[in-house]
Every structure is written in C-alpha cells, then in structure tokens.
Ligand binder design. Structure first.
Ligand SMILES: Cc1cc2nc3c(=O)[nH]c(=O)nc-3n(C[C@H](O)[C@H](O)[C@H](O)COP(=O)(O)OP(=O)(O)OC[C@H]3O[C@@H](n4cnc5c(N)ncnc54)[C@H](O)[C@@H]3O)c2cc1C
Length: 424
C-alpha cells in the first residue's frame, strides 16, 4: 500500500496527512488534550498553514471515515467532560447535520450539479467570466488574503474554517463569481472535500441555507483572526445581499438502508465514503473478497487535484488491506474507476457471490455512480446491500431544518452511541 504524506502544518516537523488509520489515530491522540476549553477559546484563529495547533486538523480522515465520529468522541471524553468539550463536540456533529440535511433534500445536490455543468460548459464562450474565474483560482486577484488562501488550498488541500468562510464570501460578494464554481474549486482541492459540508457551507455563506442570513468577510475580522497576517484588506464588498433561489421545499424521507438477514457469500465494496469496513454490521453475510473503489474524478466536470485523488485512493486501499485481514479473505483488490460495475460483476462471479455489501452511500457523486450501476448489477443477478451506521441513524432524523434541532439532541445522540463513560 502506498503511504502518502501531505504537510499537516501543526508545528511538528514529522507529522503529516497520511491516509492511514494509524496516522489518523496519532493525530487524534495529539489533539485530544486540546479539545476542551483551549479549543473553544482559540479555534477561530487562522494562524497560517504552519500552525494548526488550535484546531484538530482531523477532517480529511473523518470525511473518508478512516476515523469515525465515535472514535473522535470516545478519545475526547477520555480526557474531557461533555461540558468542557461542548464546542468541539458541536463542531463534530455539524458534519452529521449537513450530511443528514442533504439526505432529506437530494434535489439540492442535483440542482447544484446541473448548474455547475451549465456554468463549466459556458466558461469557454464567456471570456470575461473565464478570466475572472482563472484569476481567482490562480490566486492573482490582488486581494492578498484571498490569493494566499487560493495558493494554500491548492498546495496543502486544507483551509482553516474561518478562511473558508472569508474566501467564499469574497468569491461571491467582492468578486461576484457564481457560488457553484467556488464550491467546485473547493471540492476539487480539499482533502476533506464533501458534497454535503462543502455545498451547504457555500449555500450558507450566500444566504441560501439559513434563508436570508449571509456571511460578510470584514477586513477588521480578517486582520484580527489571522493574527495580523493580513492587515486591513481594502476593496472588499461592504454588503452581502442574500442570493436568490426558490426555497428548496419540504424535507423528504431519507432513503432506507439495507439489513442483512441471511448468511450469504458477499463481496465487500469499500468506497471513499466509508473507509472503516471493520466496523460494518456485515454479519451474517460471509465476505469472500474485498475490493476498493475511488471515484474522485466524479466530483467535478473539471479535474480533481492529484493530492485529493492520491489521498482518497490511499484511504481506500488501506481500508481494503485492513478489511482483508479482519474478515480473513485474501481475495482483495481495487476496481478501475472506469467500467467498475463490469469488473465488480466479474469478480463477484469468480468468487461465487451474488451480493455486494457496502456502506450506505450518502448523497453525492459516489451515490450517483452506485445508483447508475444498480440496474446493471441487478441484470447480472447481483444485488447491492448498503449498511448505514448507527451514528447516522441517530443524527439524521433531526437534520430536517436548522442545526439547533440537532444540537438539542446531542445528549441523546451521545447516550445512544454509548461514548460517554457509564452509558450503553
Ligand atoms: C465554504 C466552506 C466549505 C467547507 N467545506 C467542507 C468540506 O468539504 N468538508 C468538511 O469536512 N468540512 C467543510 N467545511 C467545514 C469546516 O471548515 C471544516 O470541517 C474544518 O475546517 C476542518 O478542519 P478541522 O478538522 O481542523 O476542524 P475542527 O475545528 O477541529 O473540527 C473537528 C471536526 O468537526 C467537523 N466540522 C468542524 N466544523 C464544521 C463545519 N462548519 N461543518 C461541517 N463539519 C465541521 C469536521 O469533521 C472537523 O474535522 C467547510 C466550511 C466552509 C465555510
């Protein structure tokens, strides 16, 4: 398995974003002592790529479920009370909230994709838009902070949360660029790029998520929270009027997950959506082979960054190796990203399995690809079973409106997970 290292910039010379679970657990152990009052007090400061000690920098692993929310919460509660770590826990749960919200409104994703395709198709013909877009994405706008964040994103695959907010706000309100192109730029370059957290955060900045409530990047706020790295930026927009779009409508029921009732021979399919197959509720199915699938190219009509591709591929192949050991099935491999349903069918037939077991694929490009493949697999007599995690079952039902509804349920969610000492 390839070991890929990306600069983590957490002040330690030897730490880096490697896609392995060991690396993720090391970073979790390093960060956990700081997840309490220190995190709450300092988390909003973006001290620059060389210093990420005030945040966890765990998002690339959490996003691919190399690290589970339960892992993070258990480690944090070993050192802090729920009260002391309240702010950090809320941030961890924001991810589940966004995932659940999009599960209830998949059309918001499809609308984003359609509009993005329309915009990218039209870029060649609209030279002015193309020029402004190229200037922004190559960090040549002349707005020092924005240009620095463009470079940092491309080079490291990470931006601090506050920088993401300022960046999105300047993109929309100062540069007047379509939010979908900005969301796509992030999604192609972030190691933690996620269809829910990314799309909905961009919508939040533009006033489409919390209707009418927008986020304005202010020069004094940037100067203060970048600890003087970007003193009073000139020329930033002074107002942030909400973007307009018809309301997304009422939440739909979440797509049902599958259960495994009988002891069937199965192939485990590990995608970049969930790289911890050891904890899937596979029983009573009997895995006879494990395969991986990374579909990072499906994120965008434009090329996904090599750094992002390499991280996701390494996360998937690491998970395949661990799963093959865990389930004792030596038959393992990685599927090609083109024509993968055919390769998967051939492998299942060779292994004498008519069932594919995978993690529930949430709304996004991997789900789009799995849905498109489902009918073909069915015609070959192969059925796919998607297992949903308890964490998602506990969080998603409350993610129908604003975050406050989920926040109020955090004590129940933690009890339901059994991550607090003395609970089950
Ligand atoms: C425009 C924009 C785009 C974003 N795109 C993504 C994305 O594609 N993927 C992604 O994981 N996060 C995204 N975020 C949320 C947030 O910026 C990152 O999760 C966070 O910066 C990751 O750094 P960290 O691990 O050090 O976070 P910490 O502050 O240490 O938080 C711990 C964990 O909580 C979760 N989390 C924290 N803040 C948020 C948040 N606001 N929304 C959702 N989850 C959160 C992450 O899993 C994170 O690893 C976006 C935010 C904005 C404003």
């Amino acid at each position: 398995m390839t070991q890929l290292d990306f600069p983590l910039g957490n002040g330690h010379r030897h730490t880096s974003w490697s896609a392995t679970r060991d690396a993720a657990l090391r970073q979790l152990n390093t960060f956990a002592p700081r997840a309490g009052e220190k995190y709450a007090r300092t988390r909003n400061h973006d001290r620059g790529p060389g210093n990420r000690l005030n945040v966890s920098a765990l998002s690339p692993w959490i996003r691919h479920r190399v690290l589970l929310e339960e892992d993070v919460l258990t480690h944090v509660f070993a050192r802090h009370s729920p009260q002391t770590a309240e702010k950090f826990i809320q941030e961890v749960v924001w991810r589940g909230y966004f995932k659940g919200w999009l599960e209830h409104r998949p059309f918001v994703w499809h609308q984003y994709k359609d509009e993005l395709n329309r915009l990218t198709d039209g870029l060649g013909a609209d030279r002015k838009l193309m020029k402004r877009f190229a200037t922004a994405t190559s960090g040549q706008t002349g707005i020092a902070c924005f240009d620095a964040w463009s470079h940092e994103l491309i080079e490291t695959g990470y931006l601090h949360n506050h920088a993401r907010m300022w960046f999105a706000s300047i993109w929309i309100y100062t540069l007047g660029l379509p939010w979908q192109l900005g969301a796509d730029f992030f999604y192609r370059h972030l190691l933690d790029g996620d269809p829910a957290s990314n799309t909905l955060s961009w919508r939040w900045v533009g006033g489409l998520h919390t209707r009418g409530k927008t986020y304005l990047a202010r020069p004094d706020n940037i100067a203060r929270y970048t600890v003087g790295r970007f003193p009073l930026e000139r020329g930033l927009a002074k107002t942030a009027p909400p973007l307009e779009e018809p309301p997304p409508g009422a939440p739909m029921p979440v797509r049902p997950a599958d259960q495994i009732a009988e002891p069937v021979r199965c192939v485990l399919l590990v995608s970049e959506e969930d790289c911890h197959p050891e904890s899937w509720a596979v029983h009573p199915a009997e895995p006879v082979a494990v395969v991986g699938l990374a579909l990072t190219a499906n994120r965008s009509p434009m090329p996904t960054s090599p750094t992002v591709r390499a991280f996701a591929e390494a996360a998937v192949s690491g998970a395949v190796t661990r799963a093959a050991e865990w389930y004792k099935c030596p038959d393992k491999g990685v599927l090609p990203s083109q024509d993968w349903p055919e390769a998967l069918t051939a492998l299942a037939k060779r292994a004498g399995a008519d069932t594919i077991v995978t993690a529930y694929t949430p709304v996004g490009p991997v789900q789009d690809a799995m849905t498109a493949a489902d009918a073909d697999l069915g015609r070959q007599g192969i059925r796919m079973r998607q297992l949903r995690r308890r964490y998602d079952d506990l969080v998603w039902p409350h993610a129908t409106a604003g975050f406050f509804k989920v926040k109020a349920k955090i004590p129940d969610i933690l009890r339901g997970l059994g991550v607090l000492a003395g609970t089950t």
